[in-house]
Design a binder for this molecule. Structure first.
Ligand code: SAM
Length: 380
């Protein structure tokens, strides 16, 4: 694999910023390099505007393609806003901001494209949603060069891909990553199956979910516990924020339980934002739930809310990292008005109480079961 022009690309120039940066977190991985090497020939033959990049992390696939192959008009999909911002910052530094357009997962992303580079996700639903869209909208001759970490790839993934493509071939593994070469889209004209929707009779709620959404259309067990405390949360307030909204369970349950309340649901994930929007509509609550794609409340004014609800993530991709929860606590503290409340649910084994005390204000544990803790922190 040596002597390949991709090896001339300086991956070390890439940064994760404004996403969390830490010693064990990287802005590119072996899968990026492997995909680019496997795609060399296809990219050499591709024209401007004929390449889509799916699941881009921080810009490795996009900026190496633009640099090594001189291609522009790249269409790039990233679920997370912080990844999108990191790509923009990396592209600006490299003078390549004009080489690509960020796009949501949609028909337009794949419309007649001839090459797709794809960092495979772990979620089978996400694989299915992407595969369905490529098969329905890409050029019939499309070549898809996908890759992932071997430990996250399963035969079930191949089975999902085989429903949408006539050829799925595994390539040679390299540094714990494996490529999949996929072609022959099967477009049988069936209607898109996302967002999926599911009715939860116990909550009297429809939940909707695009493939990349945390928990799909299920109710998270921690969230279910948090919802038991809804009546105690700032009973007088008429405005609340659902921070990290996912499929919109919290926003919808709160709006349903309290007809006088307006909720802004926010998430950095494009799939979560689309899912929460669909959940609000499915429950007839769209007039009281506003949905915003935003990284850690970045667009919210200081001291503008009296109630924030949060079930924080503790993974970044496949890496367990407390930094993301702390980042959201700091964000909530800034946006809460004095006396405002941050309600959190988290795994019992995680000791977030001292961090909440320090970052937000006096924190009381109001509920504990065998798995979860629910706390309320009051902004002083
Ligand atoms: C554990 S899930 C909870 C989802 C949903 N609230 C529920 O209860 O099912 C955490 C959510 O936080 C979102 N998230 C992660 N980092 C974020 C950030 N920097 N800004 C906003 N949302 C973020 C994730 O996309 C995910 O949807």
């Amino acid at each position: 694999m040596s002597g390949n022009p991709v090896s001339d690309f300086d991956f070390a120039q890439l940064r994760r910023f404004p996403d969390i940066e830490a010693e064990n977190l990287f802005a590119h991985d072996a899968t990026d390099e492997l995909i680019l090497r496997e795609a060399e020939q296809a990219l050499a033959l591709a024209g401007h505007g004929e390449v889509a990049i799916v699941g881009e992390r921080y810009g490795a696939l996009t900026l190496a393609t633009a640099t090594v192959h001189g291609l522009h008009g790249l269409r790039v999909q990233q679920d997370g806003l912080s990844g999108e911002n990191a790509l923009a910052a990396n592209a600006l530094r490299a003078g390549l901001r004009e080489s690509y357009t960020s796009m949501p997962l949609s028909a337009e992303l794949f419309d007649r494209v001839k090459v797709v580079l794809w960092q495979l996700p772990r979620s089978l639903d996400e694989v299915a949603e992407v595969a369905e869209l490529i098969a329905a909208h890409a050029n019939p001759q499309v070549q898809i060069i996908a890759g992932g970490r071997i430990k996250h790839m399963t035969l079930a993934m191949n089975a999902v891909l085989a429903q949408h493509f006539s050829a799925v071939t595994a390539g040679r593994a390299w540094r714990k990553s494996r490529p999949l070469l996929i072609n022959g889209p099967v477009n049988d004209g069936t209607a898109p199956s996302f967002p999926r929707r599911e009715f939860h009779a116990d909550l009297d709620l429809w939940l909707c979910a695009h493939g990349a959404t945390f928990g799909g259309s299920k109710v998270d067990v921690g969230t279910r516990f948090l919802l038991e405390f809804l009546p105690q949360m700032q009973p007088q307030t008429s405005f609340a924020i659902d921070l990290g909204a996912g499929n919109g369970t919290i926003a919808a349950a709160l709006a349903k339980a309290r007809p006088d309340i307006h909720v802004t649901a926010t998430d950095q994930s494009a799939a979560a934002v689309a899912s929460t929007t669909a959940t609000a509509a499915a429950n007839g609550l769209a007039d009281r739930i506003e949905v915003v794609r935003d990284d850690a409340l970045g667009t919210f004014a200081d001291e503008s809310a009296e109630l924030i609800l949060l079930n924080p993530p503790f993974h970044i991709g496949a890496t367990v990292h407390a930094g993301i929860a702390h980042k959201l606590f700091i964000a909530a503290a800034r946006v809460l008005a004095p006396g405002g409340e941050l309600w959190c649910v988290y795994n019992r084994h995680l000791d977030y109480r001292s961090a909440l005390d320090k970052l937000v204000g006096p924190t009381e544990v109001v509920g504990r079961n065998s798995k979860f803790t629910v706390s309320v922190s009051r902004k002083s």
